[in-house]
Design a protein around this ligand. Sequence first.
Ligand SMILES: [Zn+2]
Length: 285
Amino acid sequence: MRNLLPYSLNHNNSLIDIIDSKQEPRKGILVNALNEVSRDYSNYLSNVNNLEMMNNHVKDYERSEDLKKLKEALIHCYDSTTSPLDKLKANIKKAQPDDYAAFCQYCGIGIPSTFDHYLPKSNFPEFSVLGINLFPCCSDCNREKNDRWINDNGIREFLNLYYDSIDNYSQFLYCEITVKTNIPVARFFLEKPTMINQQDYQVIEKHYNNLGLLSKYSLLSNGEIKKAISNLRRKYQRNGTFDIKLELTDHSDDEAEIYGVNYWKASLYQGMANSTSLIQLIKSN
Ligand SMILES: [Zn+2]
């Protein structure tokens, strides 16, 4: 898991381009609301490191017919394809580092084929095409996250890939490998590092639980472990002094180097390196 880079060229300009591409009556409704939406954008930008505060700014769009129409028009800016919207999406993707842009950073598994609205557009239609509220992610994560973002106690339900300090977090995702009747099983778990404060760690826990990531990683590990066993067994049979533990540790470090210390494969290979029973299994036969 790595931070994504917020695409932060002029947000108002990209909104104006999208409004320009709309037809009446939506266009007129949006032009009239432009100043207010610009103020909402500034409010979002000044709260990016404290997004919980945005829960105090949920607007009641149901209180008049005009506001209902405005909400519909704002959501339509995202739901209906226009070339300025396509350009915005392409620019957000282009801003991401090539090394890990191929994977959804919510989970580290899927391909980022969709965009998640961190502040859901159902509650915050004013941010439906705000670049820093849009996160490239896989369809599984987008579906699981849906309209959730904060709980009743004001704790966020998901990590914010732009503004939580994910790249600076020390390791919190671990994997333990056990071998029963020659079958290795991977169990992933979270552990709070002392460097991460309790509130940030709560968000991490919620993120992993809400997306069901630990069990997904265990499932994906089965094939990965089998591949590693046959590869390492071959090398060990060719050369009896081959250091299996070192090889697994190197693999873990290589995964962490690109995808972060909390990437599931980095934890998996670290877990394999630490499992004497797995190394014994590789050496047998
Ligand atoms: Zn995902």
